[in-house]
Every structure is written in structure tokens, then in C-alpha cells.
Design a binder for this molecule. Structure first.
Ligand SMILES: C[S@@+](CC[C@H](N)C(=O)[O-])C[C@H]1O[C@@H](n2cnc3c(N)ncnc32)[C@H](O)[C@@H]1O
Length: 245
């Protein structure tokens, strides 16, 4: 089975910094570790002390721990039981309290949050790469046929968990059908762009470049070459239910 470069070999300790806050994490070969895309997202969100926050797709727990260290009251969910176990240990290691739940999206939590964080899978990944890495890892980063499957589900579900001042931080990545994500986001929410980045494409893009160039030419995704490497664009939008003023 193929090893994914960003994943740890066995259990490893990593120190990461989010907005200047130091976090020590245990990661292993089954759990999505902090990545370049994740770091761009983490640096772009705003969390204030005493706010209620949910981190959906918590992985190693990095965003939940960051929010708890900022003084927020934090819940976190993940589909993957291995992620929830590691994230629980990581919260304890960093001396913060987070309510973790295993399950999809809000995992049955029936309340409204001030802030919704959700660095969910957000890429179209070539089928042969998913097969090579195996099902257990694939579901931690597979965004489905159009790349935005989980993000579109989130846009549908989040409205019921927001009040008039809630903020949902939406990651939009051009290795997905990002036009559709943006269409649904601006249709249902008031959207404010808070960050834009050029992100290096992962190994599977170069390995299956003909597939991705066809999607690029069809206008579904956007990739571009710079200095001999392939890049995508990442955006973070702050969404609210309130009408723009
Ligand atoms: C790209 S990783 C991000 C991990 C972490 N939040 C970070 O920023 O490093 C996505 C995580 O979302 C989880 N996930 C995928 N689909 C989900 C869903 N529908 N609901 C909850 N978690 C999901 C995966 O298991 C994985 O841990």
C-alpha cells in the first residue's frame, strides 16, 4: 500500500504554531496531520475568548486545540474513530478541554455555535491514487467526484447551527468544482473573502497531470504552473446568515 508523504510514519510528535500559539501534537499514519492547506486555513480564521466553537473534521485536533487555547468553549467532530482518539490525547497533552464526538458534520450536536471551523476534504483525487493509499486513509482526504462533496453538505447543514452573529469559515480550493461551492455559498449566506493563497499541488496532481489538465481545460478546477511546479488557489470565506450592510 502506498504511503502518503504528508502522513506520519508510525507515531510521531510534531510542534506546530497557529497564529503564534504553540501546539504539540501526536500524529500517526492513520490520522490527517497538519498540512500546508490546513495551515493556510488555520492562519485565516478568527476565534475569540468565550465564543462557542465547533471544529468539524478535527483530525489531529489542531484547530480545536487552537480555539480552546484562545479561551473558546470547543466541540469537535470527526468521522474517523482513530482521529477522535488521537485528538482527545492531543487536547489533554496541551492542557485544554474539548468535547469530542465521532460522527459526520455536527455528529448529532443539536445547538448553535458562534464559530464553525471545518477544514474538510476539499480536493478531487485521482481514483488510482485513492486505491493505492487504501480506504482508511482515503476517506480522510477524499472530497468525492467533484472534490466538494463534504463542503456542500456542510453548507446545507450549517444554517441550522448558526445564529445572526455566527461565523462559518469556509475553505474553497480550486482542485474542486469551486464555482459550484461559491454559487451555493453566496446563494445561502453573506460571504466575505478573508484569505487567498497559492498552494503547492500535492504529489498526485503531477502524477496524473493529464487528468487534472482535462478538468482545468473544462473549467471545473484551476491549476497553474510556476517555476516548474504545479499550484492551486485556496480561499477562505467568512460566511454569516446576516444580510450584508
Ligand atoms: C483534511 S483533514 C483536516 C484535519 C484537521 N482539521 C486539520 O486542519 O489538520 C479532514 C478531516 O475531516 C474528517 N472528515 C471527513 N469527512 C467528514 C465529515 N463529513 N464529517 C466529519 N469529519 C469528516 C476526516 O476524517 C479528516 O480527519
Amino acid at each position: 500500500m502506498r504511503r502518503v508523504k504528508t502522513f506520519a510514519r508510525g507515531t510521531e510528535r510534531r510542534k506546530v504554531s497557529v497564529q503564534g500559539v504553540e501546539i504539540e501534537l501526536e500524529v500517526n499514519e492513520h490520522v490527517f496531520p497538519p498540512s500546508a492547506n490546513g495551515s493556510f486555513y488555520a492562519e485565516s480564521v478568527r476565534v475569540n475568548a468565550a465564543e462557542t466553537v465547533i471544529d468539524i473534521g478535527t483530525g489531529s485536533g489542531v484547530l480545536a486545540i487552537f480555539a480552546a487555547k484562545a479561551g473558546a468553549v470547543v466541540s469537535a467532530t470527526d468521522l474517523d474513530p482513530a482521529a477522535v482518539e488521537v485528538a482527545e490525547r492531543n487536547a489533554a497533552r496541551n492542557g485544554v478541554s474539548v468535547e469530542f464526538r465521532r460522527g459526520a458534520l455536527f455528529a448529532g450536536l443539536d445547538k448553535k455555535f458562534d464559530v464553525i471551523l471545518a477544514n474538510l476534504p476539499n480536493e478531487i483525487i485521482h481514483r488510482s491514487y485513492l486505491d493505492e493509499v487504501g480506504e482508511q486513509l482515503a476517506h480522510t482526504f477524499d472530497g468525492g467526484e467533484r472534490g466538494n462533496e463534504h463542503v456542500l453538505d456542510l453548507l446545507q447543514a450549517a444554517k441550522g447551527h448558526m445564529h445572526g452573529r455566527s461565523r462559518l469559515y469556509l475553505p474553497v480550493h480550486t482542485l474542486t468544482d469551486y464555482h459550484e461551492t461559491l454559487r451555493q455559498a453566496v446563494n445561502d449566506y453573506s460571504a466575505r473573502l478573508v484569505a487567498v493563497a497559492q498552494l503547492p499541488a500535492k504529489e498526485f496532481v503531477e502524477e496524473h497531470i493529464d487528468f487534472y489538465l482535462r478538468l482545468n481545460e473544462a473549467g471545473v478546477i484551476r491549476i497553474f504552473a510556476q517555476g516548474g511546479a504545479w499550484y492551486t488557489n485556496g480561499y477562505v470565506f467568512e460566511l454569516s446568515l446576516a444580510a450584508p450592510v
